[in-house]
Design a binder for this molecule. Structure first.
Ligand code: BGC
Length: 766
């Protein structure tokens, strides 16, 4: 371990010790092994099973899948299946979980019994331990395989399936080591034995982030199914696909490169103090398709099916019209992907995803026609100090079923023009004037009932009440909210509750609801992105929203939508993709699902939280263009299309300024330019600091100035004890926070609370 890593470990330890002593213990992780009451609806189980199978990606298939006869199932992941990743984003008490073995047995698979028995016994004798926060296992050691067992199995069948599992999480990066990005010696020995004996070997990858897949070529492996971590229905989904009850239709949301060193971020990832985003806009396939085609093992958008499709398309007036025909013998779904190439003057990637469409299930010989409308952004790039610019020159469009094989369907000339102006990355907030005093004493319920305006109510709040609104209720698992909550904001004091402001309960996401009661465990976000199916993701989160209402959670701290900049990021499983359009569309669907169910969404972590190591100190150094085209783009799509009620900033700095003090980002771009009208909260606790434009405002005053409304969960800086109250000490003094700013802050918070399910709920009456 290097010195920086050692220091970081010490800091993390100190922070956790503080929180446990002060009663704010990070409870994350304790739900890992527990199963709760089965309170999931059959409809939700069915939706999650469908999602889990529709996001699985068939990478390779030489006459092996689906399997019709008997087969031998190897790898302890069959019993010790990884259902999700670690940390706040996966820590859900599951109502049940179906392992790969259970799923296959329920699905009627004919398994070689002695092999199954050997794994069941091994798992029982070597139970897995999940360890503690930040030290969770990335893999489980394999059972040594005897040649007798393999030979006995081979006597019964020619087909074998091998399950390989990996996990990582919050505060737990993937590592460039055996047992994480690479196979262990025991796993290699297992593959060597099995592939030497069986002519047909399918590998099931039960993983949360891309790993090194060179072994697919090094051993005689005839099929590979990227199952991901499929949530509580993982095993059933796996069985549906392996046994041919369903046809794989997932597509890669990330490029799989031939080697880690080929990833454009690999030289600038994992540093303690800062990472230079030297690859700029050339993230993932944008790099590979432009500069390094030979480094790709499986291209972005790729995924096989048990059937075949023919796609034809043409383009005119901003619209791609397509026709997809199932040319094979099984029903299946296909994803039409549209990529644009801009003129050389734009210095843009060779191909960029500008639209996609997933067909319905097409029977053999059936066709589906449709349209994909391209907006201005499809043809513009971000020019610093100017905005989104369409360069003059030749544009080309490619359509197909992955980025590499997509074929040119049109080429046309466009004139140079400014497509959209944008606000710069430095931002001076105009200080809002103080609201005129109002004689009217109204309650918050009067605002909800339309009998008073929000500004009238806010004008009537005392300084103390305005200040209290700017903090959460001090600890995680607040007694003001449903048990096991991540925090509560809004009516955090008796005075505020007396005025009718309800306490608002926030719970993690994204893989379900993290409470002390059980809730459905979803497939990981990456899998959901691989469905390329916003309608399905919306249905999934509508179900989550209904569960939230039943359990008293008002805001889901999800979707998590940082970019897959590097395959080693521990939280990649919570995030969607290396592509911002796909991330944005899937996140927007998740927000719509939640909010249409009557609860609120809180997309996170805004922005550039693309590494876990030292995340609360690390500086993401990134160009304005890469910010706009890659790291902010998904948030922009989500905010503009789905209007989330809340949004969470990230722990890290962006070009030297912490996200929670970043006035340019929050008040400038998010609110000013994108029209976000909701409430912005910090990630849990924050670092001290300020931003260059904030005058004498520091820490929480600078945060409010920047437009970040609420410190969550309240009660401290990361690792340091702190009492509320600091905001009023220098109120209205020259260069310091003003009452007008606190009122604007309160308007934004209360405006969002009005939209939550907390309005009218029991606790608000207390
Ligand atoms: C994570 C957030 C999470 C919060 C509350 C933080 O450590 O970064 O994603 O929502 O904790 O659990």
């Amino acid at each position: 371990m290097g010195w920086a890593k050692f220091q970081q470990r010490c800091k993390n330890f100190a922070a956790k010790l503080y929180f446990s002593i002060s009663g704010s213990a990070l409870k994350q992780g304790e739900n890992l092994s527990s199963d709760g009451e089965n309170n999931t609806s059959p409809a939700m189980s069915e939706t999650l099973r469908r999602a889990a199978r529709e996001g699985a990606v068939l990478l390779k298939n030489r006459n092996t899948l689906p399997i019709s006869g008997k087969f031998a199932l190897f790898g302890r992941g069959q019993t010790d299946t990884f259902y999700t990743g670690y940390g706040s984003g996966g820590d859900v008490i599951k109502p049940y979980r179906v392992s790969i073995l259970q799923g296959l047995e329920r699905g009627g698979a004919a398994l070689v019994e002695p092999v199954k028995e050997a794994y069941l016994k091994f798992s029982e004798q070597h139970p897995v331990s999940h360890g503690c926060w930040g030290n969770w296992p990335r893999y489980f050691p394999e059972m040594p395989l005897s040649s007798e067992l393999v030979e006995a199995a081979r006597a019964e069948t020619e087909t074998a399936v091998v399950v390989l599992g990996r996990a990582a999480g919050e505060d737990r990066e993937n590592e460039l080591k055996a047992g994480s990005f690479y196979l262990t010696e025991e796993e290699k020995a297992m593959l060597a034995r099995v592939t030497a004996a069986f002519p047909r070997v399918a590998v099931v990858l039960n993983i949360g982030s891309v790993i090194d897949l060179s072994f697919l070529e090094e051993y005689n492996i005839s099929a590979a199914l990227l199952l991901w971590q499929g949530g509580m229905e993982a095993g059933n989904a796996c069985a549906d696909l392996l046994l041919g009850k369903a046809n794989p239709c997932g597509k890669l949301a990330d490029t799989v490169a031939r080697a880690y060193s080929a990833y454009p971020s690999s030289q600038n990832f994992g540093n303690a103090a800062y990472n230079d985003y030297a690859e700029d806009i050339f993230v993932g396939y944008r790099h590979f398709e432009t500069r390094a085609k030979g480094d790709v093992r499986f291209p972005f958008g790729f995924g096989l099916s048990y059937t075949t499709f023919a796609i034809s398309a043409n383009y005119g007036n901003g619209v791609v019209k397509f026709c997809v025909k199932n040319t094979g013998e099984r029903a299946g779904r296909e994803v039409v992907q549209v990529y644009a190439e801009k003129p050389a003057a734009a210095h843009a990637p060779a191909r960029e995803l500008v639209g996609f469409f997933k067909t319905k299930e097409l029977a053999p010989a059936e066709e589906e026609q449709g349209e994909i409308v391209l907006d201005d952004r499809a043809f513009s790039v971000y020019a610093e100090g100017c905005g989104f610019v369409q360069f003059g020159g030749t544009y080309r469009l490619y359509v197909g079923a992955d980025v590499r094989s997509a074929e040119e369907i049109a080429s046309f000339e466009l004139q140079e023009r400014i497509a959209e102006h944008a606000s710069p990355l430095s931002y001076a907030v105009k200080i809002p004037p103080e609201l005129a005093k109002t004689a009217k004493h109204c309650a918050f319920s009067d605002v909800a009932a339309g009998k008073a305006t929000l500004t009238e109510f806010v004008a009537s709040l005392s300084d103390r009440e305005l200040e209290a609104l700017a903090y959460g209720a001090m600890k995680m698992d607040s007694p003001l909210g449903a048990s096991g909550n991540a925090g509560v904001m809004g009516g955090t004091t008796a005075e505020l509750r007396a005025r009718g402001v309800p306490p608002v309960t926030m719970t993690d996401g994204p893989s379900g609801i993290r409470l002390k009661t059980s809730s459905s465990l979803l497939p990981i976000a990456t899998l959901l992105a691989c469905t390329f199916d916003p309608a399905l993701v919306e249905e999934v989160y509508r179900g989550v929203g209904e569960e939230m209402r039943a359990r008293g959670s008002h805001v889901l701290l999800a979707p998590a939508m940082n970019m897959h900049r590097d395959p080693l990021c521990g939280r990649n499983f919570e995030y969607y993709s290396e592509d911002p359009l796909l991330s944005g569309k899937i996140a927007a669907a998740a927000v719509r699902g939640l909010q249409n169910a009557g609860v609120s969404a809180c997309p996170k972590h805004f922005a550039c939280n693309n590494q876990e190591f030292n995340r609360s100190h690390n500086d993401s150094r990134v160009s304005e263009r890469a910010l706009r085209e890659i790291y902010l783009r998904g948030f922009e799509i989500c905010v503009k299309e789905a209007r989330p009620h809340f949004l969470m900033t990230s722990y890290n700095k962006i070009n030297g300024v912490y996200a929670h003090y970043n006035a340019a980002l929050v008040n400038g771009i998010l609110r000013g330019e994108w029209g976000f009208e909701g409430c912005v909260i910090t990630d849990w606790w924050m670092q001290k600091g300020s931003c260059p434009e904030a005058g004498k405002r520091k820490n929480n005053a600078a945060r409010v100035y920047a437009g970040v409304n609420v410190l969550m969960p309240g009660g401290g800086y990361l690792g340091k004890k702190y009492q509320h109250g600091g905001l009023l000490k220098k109120l209205n003094k020259k260069g310091h926070l003003t009452r007008g700013e606190l009122q604007k802050n309160a308007c934004e918070i209360l405006g969002a609370i009005l939209k939550t399910a907390a309005m009218g709920s029991e606790k608000s009456e207390k």
